[in-house]
Design a protein around this ligand. Structure first.
Ligand SMILES: [Zn+2]
Length: 66
């Protein structure tokens, strides 16, 4: 069976592997309009507070570099 090599409709599209050699090991069901299960969505999408922290860190790094 070669099912791991294609994302399935209605299933998590979490991919692992290198370019051209992906597998889709996660078989969790997803909501309509989502690409990932809740577990993997948490890994893919950065929470707003995390994003704010990263954005705040960037100007500080630039200042140090300049
Ligand atoms: Zn998943």
């Amino acid at each position: 069976m070669d099912n791991l090599r294609l994302p399935r409709a209605g299933r998590c599209k979490w991919a692992e592997g290198d370019a051209g050699n992906y597998t889709f090991p996660c078989n969790n069901r997803i909501d309509a309009g989502s690409s990932y299960c809740t577990d993997h969505r948490a890994l893919v999408y950065i929470p707003p507070e995390e994003r704010r922290r990263n954005r705040a860190a960037v100007p500080a790094l630039k200042k140090i570099a300049a």
